[in-house]
Design a protein around this ligand. Structure first.
Ligand code: PGA
Length: 227
């Protein structure tokens, strides 16, 4: 099971230091880019929360896949719903980021998922087809199914709902790209619901936001999944 912590912009320096001093497990942690050097050379792997769709060049504030890779980063989250919403990222841009990340040898975690009231299958199909356009090598691609209505809300879908959606994603990828992908679930995963969520049969792991910023809780989650 792949466990990915999306630390978002939750942590200040002291919190980062505490996590680093007390946590060393085989997971992937995606901190604010500023703190990445502190996260290197531990048991966990390191990811960025976003990458530029461009190569090196005049792009103020951006981080390229090449730079991330050079620094020892192995993973990149791409197309997170918060970036789709607040940074107005389009599927076209996300597609370019996915391709850049894969080209540079990063493991790309593409986030997809519907909002409340939206047609889940329609949204997911559109995101998969547009975000993965012209992608041919799926070896380092991971999909994270993150229903927007579950992110930071304390609500999770039922295991049956997650299982059905993951099957749907796998079928769409098979139909359109003739490939197999790993699918993670993300949205309000914590130490209290992990024992239920881990029973979903077709899951390859979890993308964990808020709960991953509390290293004690993250340890509990890791322990439950390694059981
Ligand atoms: P959450 O966030 O676990 O805090 O709901 C998950 C995510 O946005 O990746």
């Amino acid at each position: 099971m792949l466990i990915v912590g999306n630390l978002k912009m939750y942590m200040n320096y002291n919190a980062v230091k505490e996590l680093i001093d007390n946590f060393d497990e085989d997971v992937v942690l995606c901190p604010s880019a500023l703190f990445i050097p502190y996260f290197l050379n531990h048991k966990y792997k390191v990811g960025v929360q976003d990458i530029s769709m461009y190569d090196l060049g005049s792009h103020t504030g951006e981080i390229s896949a090449k730079q991330a890779k050079e620094m020892g980063v192995n993973y990149a989250i791409v197309g997170h719903s918060e970036r789709r919403k607040y940074n107005k990222e389009t599927d076209e841009e996300i597609n370019k980021k996915v391709i850049k990340g894969l080209e540079e040898g990063l493991n790309v975690i593409l986030c997809i998922g519907e909002n409340k009231g939206e047609d889940k299958e329609e949204v997911i199909t559109k995101q998969l087809l547009n975000d993965l356009k012209n992608v041919t090598n799926f070896d380092n691609l991971i999909i994270a199914y993150e229903p927007i209505w579950c992110i930071g809300t304390g609500i999770t879908p039922t295991n049956e709902q997650i299982e059905t959606t993951i099957s749907f994603i796998e079928t769409k990828i098979q139909e359109n790209f003739k490939k197999h992908v790993k699918v993670l679930y993300g949205g309000s995963v914590d130490k209290d619901n992990i024992n239920v969520l881990k029973k979903v049969n077709n899951l390859s792991g979890f993308l964990i936001g808020k709960a991953s910023t509390d290293y004690r809780q993250l340890k509990d989650i890791v322990a439950s999944l390694r059981d």
